[in-house]
Write a protein that binds this ligand. Structure first.
Ligand code: GLV
Ligand code: MN
Ligand code: MN
Ligand code: MN
Length: 410
């Protein structure tokens, strides 16, 4: 006999807490950079849960993990999931929530004695964050055919370690060819990571798409010299170029209006001494916009400004692209489906674009895709203080359940 499937909130919170203990850092956050020992330990824990639930687990050659719950019919599954890698100063919900909520949906179906028409697959993708290896969303990008395995394996971290070697080292270079599982539809449940839902007093976001992302690294070469004796007019100060770039990016976002965002998140100087002019600077620029033409404009203006300040300083500058993704618009019927289910659950859902990158933006290349957001308290994320109220986590998981159920029975 089947009963109505319901999310076990207590179990979801317990698993979120257990996964947060892997790579735990001060303040309640997590450091599980992709393909580190902590990432391996987190993967092992989640894969153990998948197997204990009786799901059929496959690992592909980029380390993406797929857990399939059989349906009455074979064929393409309905897929949900996200990622379990974190930035170095990550919270406990970013990514993890979507994966563990997907497993709770499977548990709820099991408890209800429900076998869906189509299989259901819960996935976690390798290196979504891109904090150690670039580009970000790497596992889902490879899955979608947007990056070759060879290119992905060749990515190196700042210590020169190769992604392919690290994947092998932690035991997650699987046999399956990436892209083998082609879902009928993909749904990612995620915390918003921004303040919009909280400010609007809404519990559920129906995500309309993801803004475009541009990541570049700049290396400036100047001349190390004495800070006291070198006249200002004779300096080739790499540190000054990096600082001017950061100031320029902030001013540019202001000039272009609210939708353009820009961040200099990495800035390193050498020799990094109080009385030595820096001969080397490495910094990154992250630019994002929902409008591709405006994002291109922001890139061109930034590149030109950095070239010009470097030239005036007599310093050389090299630019390297780390990631570049155009804005993505999600399937209209899928967005409407999320809204409909959210309303049926008594919510007043809000349509909004995603400010953060997500695996869903890569899966949208393959199949109709949607995302469900729940509020982030004070909008904080990529911060150990990231928090979403338990009731909101449960509400999002319950909406996910019914969104998936309808897709899996269609
Ligand atoms: C990844 O989380 C990003 O949006 O930068
Ligand atoms: Mn995430
Ligand atoms: Mn993130
Ligand atoms: Mn992300």
């Amino acid at each position: 006999m089947t009963t109505t499937p319901v999310i076990d909130g207590i179990h979801l919170h317990a698993r979120l807490a257990a996964l947060a203990r892997v790579g735990a850092i001060d303040g309640g956050g997590c450091a599980r950079l992709a393909l580190t020992d902590a990432d391996k330990d987190g993967r092992d824990l989640v894969v153990g849960w998948m197997r204990a639930q009786g799901l059929a687990v496959t690992v592909d050659a980029i380390g993406n993990v797929f857990a399939v719950r059989a349906g009455r019919e074979d064929g393409p599954p309905v897929m949900t999931g996200s990622h379990i890698d974190t930035v170095r100063t990550g919270g406990r919900f970013d990514g993890n929530y979507g994966v563990l909520a997907g497993l709770e949906v499977c548990r709820a179906f099991d408890a209800a004695g429900l076998v869906t028409r189509h299989p259901l697959c819960v996935a976690f993708f390798t290196n979504e964050e891109g904090a150690r290896f670039q580009p970000d969303m790497m596992g889902s990008l490879v899955h979608a055919g947007g990056l070759s395995l060879q290119e992905a394996y060749a990515a190196t971290d700042t210590s020169g370690l190769r992604l392919g070697d690290e994947l092998e080292r932690i035991g997650y270079r699987g046999r399956a060819a990436p892209g083998t599982i082609r879902p009928r539809a993909f749904v990612e449940l995620h915390i918003e990571q921004g303040p919009v839902l909280e400010e609007a007093g809404r519990t559920i976001g129906a995500v309309t798409g993801v803004q475009g992302i541009s990541w570049h690294e700049f290396v400036v070469s100047g001349t190390a010299a004495h800070a006291g004796t070198t006249p200002m007019r004779l300096r080739h100060d790499a540190g000054y170029v990096a600082a001017a770039a950061a100031t320029y990016v902030r001013q540019l976002t202001h000039d272009m209006g609210g939708a353009q965002v820009g961040t200099v998140g990495v800035s390193e100087l050498r020799p990094n001494l109080i009385n030595v002019i820096a001969n080397h600077a490495r910094f990154t620029v992250d630019l994002r916009n929902t409008d591709e033409a405006l994002l291109r404009q922001a890139e061109q203006r930034t590149f030109a400004a950095i070239d010009s300040v470097a030239q005036a300083e007599g310093a050389a500058v090299e630019r390297r692209r780390l990631a570049r993704f155009e804005p993505v618009v999600f399937d209209a019927a899928m967005v409407a489906h999320v809204e409909r289910v959210a309303r049926a659950h008594g919510h007043d859902p809000m349509r909004l674009p995603s400010g953060a990158g997500h695996d869903a933006q890569m899966m949208a290349r393959l199949c109709p895709t949607a995302m469900i957001f729940v509020p982030s308290v004070t909008g904080l994320s990529h911060n150990v203080a990231e928090y979403t109220a338990p009731a909101d986590l449960e509400a999002g998981a319950a909406v996910l359940l019914d969104v998936l159920l309808e897709l899996a029975q269609a």
